[in-house]
Ligand binder design. Sequence first.
Ligand code: CAA
Ligand code: NAI
Length: 696
Amino acid sequence: MTDPVRMTVENGLAIIEIDNPPVNALSQAVRQGLVETVLAADADEAVKAIVIYGAGRTFIAGADIREFGKPPMPPSLPDVINQIELVSTPTVAALHGTALGGGLETALGAHYRVALASARFGLPEVNLGILPGAGGTQRLPRIVPIAKAVQMITGGGMIGAKEALELGLIDEIAQGDDVRAAGIAMAERLVAEGAKARPTSAREASAIDAEDFAKMQAAVAKKARGLKAPVNCMKAIEAAMTLPFDEGMTRERELFMELYNDPQRAAMVHAFFGEREVAKVPEIKTGAPRDIQQVGVIGGGTMGAGIATSALLAGLDVTLAERDQEAADKAAATVTGHLSGAVKRGKLAQAKFDAIVGGKFRTTTDYADFAQADLVIEAVFESMEVKQDVFGKLDKICKPGAILASNTSYLDINDIAAMTNRPEDVIGLHFFSPAHVMRLLEVVVADKTSADVVASGFALAKRMKKIAVRAGVCDGFIGNRILNAYAKAVNGAVLAGASPYDVDRAMEEFGLAMGLFRVADLAGLDIGWASRKRRAPDRDPREQYAEFADRICEKGRFGRKTGRGFYIHGDDRSEAPDPEVLEIIEAERSGKGITPREISDGEIIDRYMAAMVNESARVVGEGIALRPLDVDMTLLNGYGFPRWRGGPLHYADTVGLEKILNDIKAFQKEDDFFWQPAPLLEQLVAEGKTFASLNR
Ligand code: CAA
Ligand code: NAI
């Protein structure tokens, strides 16, 4: 292996290149090479200044996350950066791409910083459940105002070069795109000016009113919703403000180690790699994505409008078809409204918005306008009849090679594909509501879908900045199938004695942004009701069917949009428990002869998780999901499962599969139709294995 850190000395400058593709992560070899070269350069009389830069597409993107959890391999990053900072030779970090985490911390340890205009900077450690543990929490507050340090360290986002310059995080934005030359130019100038080393640690930390800081601390803790990292980040920033640098570093280390050893860190790292692994599906190896420029969307309701928006934001050309002109105009207004929102939030430039409304987006009532489309996504009513009719027509109109996709939530893609003479071009692209916001896309592969069509689904997701998960065909695919299972379990808890408000509280305390009943009220209870009515004829008589949601719908109460559902909704977006809902539930219990009992929050979560894990095990066992991690990424990105718990199957591994299986067996005594252990779960328990063992 070639040395990942190389130094050349030219005209009195030591130029250190970090070359550890793909993102110059700070592996042990990089850390060692970096400290050795900087110390050697400092010891060399001929060297008047040092330049550190990254080869390839970026400066350092942070610690090597693959080393997390392994035994420590010296030198540690805090030591490396402290040693770099203390050399007497002026040191320049020349930055391009993304200077992230340990990468930005390395730059903060250098004495001067120059960046290309396209460079971005951030401390994303909080997204991995940790804090910037190589002096970032101590040095950043010595450069930028405390409020900004709080935002960057607890928020984990990135800032651009212009803002970094205004904040004094960098000293200069270089012209052009040659980062090495930019570093050399700055170093030459520093030498000519006789500039000295300028350690960040020697500066005073920024000041802030104690009361303002306390408010920020409270706000961060509230937003963290169970995630420990942001809370420790605030404690570390407080140390930077109140302690001398060395003591602050010691405190940072303690707080870092606390997080590093916490299961939340392992869960967040699982999510980081899972979101990348999930794109590695067999079809990518055999099929090359088709070129997609022109997209057709059929149906401009909730989903169609969101899908069209998402495609437009990804730079695609979109034609949206509705049933009549009035519906088409309404859909156009919805899409334009979504796009204006994106402009307001700074996600879409005004010029791009103008280009979209000026020509890249149009509506129609005639499918003939799809003749040249490369991809058509259908988002009409959830009815097999309507969808089959649409696909039959598309088959006649669309050009050869066009991809025909359905956004169906539950229906069988094979039956839809059968209406065409090109089932190999038909696929499910299951977006989540709101489609221009939610990151998940289930790519549903039917029996005859060709590999390049699957690869195209993944390429589209990437272009839309979404996480695509490969799913097989079944009722509800991965996500909705699992949701249906845990919804039944939660309904069972309600019949047994919990209230919907107990359930929501327990789920929210577990880390979900919203409990199941609150979400149902927000999405509209009529959607689930319609699908339950559709399935009623196929319902197994042995199923213990909970009827209270149907009773609520029968009163015309569909949640927030009608002012009442499980909650009573106020104009000010307030939500209050509804005594009538409790009466409806009580009536169902007495009709079924159930004597309600006390159900603890712990039991609610045990039921919810047992049902979720059990159905997930079936989904993996049947090959609907390729691996356990595919299930985890689905639940994290589409169903609000707390990221710091890693996903249901990662969670199951951490609590132990035996505990989950025992829970299922205990609940079985109450309802032995629903609570049947999945064969894969039983097998893993019998073999003493984890779900993680199947991810490899
Ligand atoms: N360590 C190890 N591998 C990493 C990595 C890291 N820090 N960052 C990225 N990679 C890997 C990815 O897993 C991926 O590998 P595969 O190709 O095998 O899947 C590859 O590099 C390319 O990454 P992306 O697909 O994400 O490429 P991208 O161009 O879309 O994004 C990026 C590049 C913005 C750098 C993004 O990868 C990213 O955000 N990386 C993580 C950055 C981060 O969190 N840094 C902080 C680390 S913690 C730290 O530094 C702790 C500390 O203070 C001591
Ligand atoms: P919706 O009722 O809001 O929109 C459907 C739209 O399709 C209506 O505007 C209707 O006028 C139009 N339409 C119906 N038949 C048409 C035809 N033949 N040609 C052109 N337009 C036609 O429904 P929604 O919620 O957008 O759902 C659409 C599809 O997306 C369904 O299959 C649904 O299961 C699925 N889905 C829904 C999600 C949700 O949360 N609402 C999430 C993911 C998928």
